[in-house]
Each structure stands twice: as structure tokens, then as C-alpha cells.
Design a protein around this ligand. Structure first.
Ligand code: FES
Length: 143
């Protein structure tokens, strides 16, 4: 596949998650709630996580933000649901490496997340892409 086609495909994946967000909403009951905002623009995310037996049993998000931040939140919740908290944190590290343009481990299936790798070329947008991931890491580490 040429780079141009790959770019178009990635853009379609991002827009699909933006327009049809997965796991949108708020979990009730004993869920953890993490609120975080992007200081550069004021956009915000509320992430709710249900952690059970060392696993992410469920995850939902609400928020307002650009297509990158909201699609990243959708992809992140999709990726971590059902995973161990350890794997979720590992994905967070991999995503952080990806955003910094570093080589990243690929022994975990990243699924749609790879569509965001082009964001590393746009430093001003990296905080948009990492917002939901930072909320997830905070929730698991402090939860
Ligand atoms: Fe605010 Fe992207 S511009 S999160």
C-alpha cells in the first residue's frame, strides 16, 4: 500500500472513531472517575473505569475535544477493555513512545491505535492524542 493510501486509510479510521465513538458514556456504581483536561486548549475528558481482579472490566468516556482527542479516547477504551491493568499500562507506554516518534514494541495488538501514529509529526497535537491515555494511567495507578 502506498503512503498516500495508508494516510487516507488512517484518516478514515480516525474519523470513524470520532463520528461513531466506542464506549461513550459514564459507568455507574463502583467505577473510578478520572477528569482531565488539556491545558493548551481547555478541552476535557471524563473517563470511568471498572477495575476487577486486575482487569479492566469496562471503560467509558465523555468529553469535549477535537477529533484527535475524542477518537484517541474511543480507541483507547476499545483497546483496554478486557485487558489486564498491566497490559493497559503497557499499551499506554507503547502509545507514548509512538507519539514521541520512538520505536515501539509491537508484541501487543494495537488495532486501530496505529492510525494515530502520524500525530507524532504534529507536536501541537500530541497532547490531544495522549489526553485519554494519561487519564487511564492515572486511574489505574491511583485507583
Ligand atoms: Fe483540544 Fe485537541 S484541540 S484536545
Amino acid at each position: 500500500m502506498s503512503f498516500n493510501n495508508l494516510d487516507t486509510l488512517y484518516r478514515q479510521v480516525i474519523m470513524d472513531h470520532y463520528k461513531n465513538p466506542r464506549n461513550k458514556g459514564v459507568l455507574e456504581d463502583d467505577s473510578l472517575t478520572i477528569n482531565m483536561n488539556n491545558p493548551t486548549c481547555g478541552d476535557r475528558i471524563q473517563l470511568t473505569l471498572q477495575l476487577e481482579d486486575g482487569k479492566v472490566a469496562d471503560a467509558k468516556f465523555e468529553g469535549e475535544g477535537c477529533s484527535i482527542s475524542m477518537s484517541s479516547a474511543s480507541m483507547m477504551t476499545q483497546a483496554i477493555k478486557g485487558k489486564s491493568t498491566e497490559d493497559a499500562l503497557k499499551m499506554g507506554h507503547i502509545f507514548s513512545d509512538m507519539m514521541q516518534g520512538k520505536e515501539y514494541e509491537d508484541d501487543i495488538d494495537l488495532g486501530d491505535i496505529e492510525a494515530l501514529q502520524g500525530v507524532s509529526q504534529f507536536p501541537a497535537r500530541i497532547k490531544c492524542a495522549t489526553l485519554a491515555w494519561k487519564a487511564m494511567e492515572k486511574g489505574i495507578n491511583e485507583g
